[in-house]
Design a protein around this ligand. Structure first.
Ligand code: DI6
Ligand code: FE
Length: 409
């Protein structure tokens, strides 16, 4: 009874400046002298404090934000957070002159992380992943996408996805899981990519879908990974099982991955350094979000920048994510990721902040649930010690988070 009553009473954050990111609002959707009310974990009001309905004020637990800024909780919409070990040795090889592709072709790369992950138990995976998740959470992340892709057989892909789901039991955070069986060729496939893709699109996807372990299906479409034709087989199978798709596309070369993803109505196409006009236009038509990953660009010292001008011109929505992974982006700061997107790709402050909130939610198909401060969405908030939103993008290696609220708590 007492619990029912407290669930019925609102919680109000008042005396705040809001960057609501509300759909259709100009810029960040700023509300000066703002307030947010939440009930049952959902936002029931976000707007000028003077306009809070009186029934919400009655008996509400009220928090004075003392003029601080509130943004939606941050969303990291592309990570390989669940992995075992690290690849600092390959980093040193690359410092000595080897390229990422050379390291991969020499038997390092993704396959070395596969060996480590297969040797780790589910509990060990969770234990190794939690510090990375905690680093994201410490900067206001309330939703994180986690891919498999280092297991490359059913048992180990399922283990990875279960470990990812466990994270949401252990921390107050929303986890979305993605099956990335088509990430790399496992050693036991003996070089037969078509046969492995048959397995991914067949019994692996069947089991993963039946176990309900994946919210979406992803692949790596690249010379060192899988061709557009092979990815199409995986996407056909995913679509037949009602799972949305997304794609690592055009990262190291232009194989037409963005257009392929768009032709399947993909939630997102990610990386996109080599995407051309036709790819951007196809994404715009399909409503496929461009997920920009500056951490990988920086870490492998790529020089070809993703065509953000083309995305703007065609009206493609842009999200930004860490791509946290042991090979190309050992990055656990979404704040630093925003700084990189601005500095390296000339994305604006508004684009960066939208890219880790509203557009990141869209890239996960969660736009009805989170990513903006609007009534009906989860009360996922980040409260900041900043004077202007630009500070979130401007600083490097500084965390101005004051408080983080997940589902009203
Ligand atoms: N693209 C990437 O940048 C990562 N995966 C992918 O498909 C790299 C993953 C790794 O090297 O472990
Ligand atoms: Fe990735």
């Amino acid at each position: 009874m007492a619990e029912e009553q407290s669930a019925a009473l609102a919680k109000v954050w008042r005396n705040a400046r809001l960057a609501t990111l509300a759909e259709g609002s100009a810029g960040l959707g700023v509300v000066e002298k703002g307030a947010i009310a939440a009930r049952g974990g959902r936002i029931v009001f976000a707007g000028p404090e003077a306009e809070i309905p009186s029934d919400l004020r009655k008996g509400a637990e009220t928090i004075d934000c003392q003029g601080r800024w509130i943004t939606p909780g941050l969303i990291d919409c592309h990570t390989h957070l669940v992995h075992a070990g690290n690849r600092a040795n390959e980093f040193e090889m690359r410092l000595a002159g080897a390229t990422y592709e050379e390291v991969a072709r020499a038997g390092g790369g993704i396959v070395s992380s596969v060996k480590a992950l297969r040797a780790a138990s589910e509990a060990e995976l969770v234990a190794q992943t939690l510090p990375r998740l905690d680093a994201l959470i410490a900067e206001g992340v309330t939703t994180v996408e986690v891919k498999s892709g280092y297991g490359l057989d059913h048992a180990n892909e399922a283990k990875s996805l279960r470990a990812a789901r466990q994270l949401a039991e252990l921390r107050p955070v929303t986890v979305r899981t993605t099956f990335l069986g088509a990430h790399a060729l496992p050693p036991e496939a003996n070089g037969d990519k078509d046969a492995y893709i048959g397995l991914v699109a067949g019994e692996m996807l069947d089991k993963i879908a039946a176990e309900g372990l994946a919210d979406a299906v992803d692949g790596f479409c690249e010379g060192i990974a899988f061709s557009p034709e092979q990815m199409a087989k995986v996407f056909d199978a995913a679509t037949a099982r009602g799972l949305p798709v997304k794609l690592h596309a055009d990262q190291l070369s232009n194989l037409g991955g963005a257009a392929l993803a768009a032709s399947y109505g993909a939630l997102s196409a990610d990386h996109l350094e080599y995407t051309d006009q036709a790819g951007a236009a196809a994404m715009a038509r399909a409503g496929t979000v461009a997920v920009i990953l500056p951490g990988a660009f920086y870490f492998i010292r790529e020089t070809k920048k993703p065509p953000v001008d083309l995305f703007r011109k065609h009206g493609v929505k842009m999200a930004i994510a860490t791509d946290n992974n042991p090979g190309t982006s050992p990055l656990t700061s979404l704040l630093l990721t925003m700084n990189m997107a601005a500095t390296l790709f000339a994305m604006t402050v508004d684009e960066c902040i939208a890219g880790v909130t509203r557009e990141a939610a869209r890239a996960l198909g969660l736009q009805a649930e989170s990513g903006t401060l609007e009534a009906g969405k989860w009360a996922d908030l980040a409260i900041w010690n900043i004077e202007s939103p630009a500070e979130l993008v401007y600083r490097m290696g500084f965390n101005p988070l004051h408080a983080r609220i997940w589902r009203g708590k």
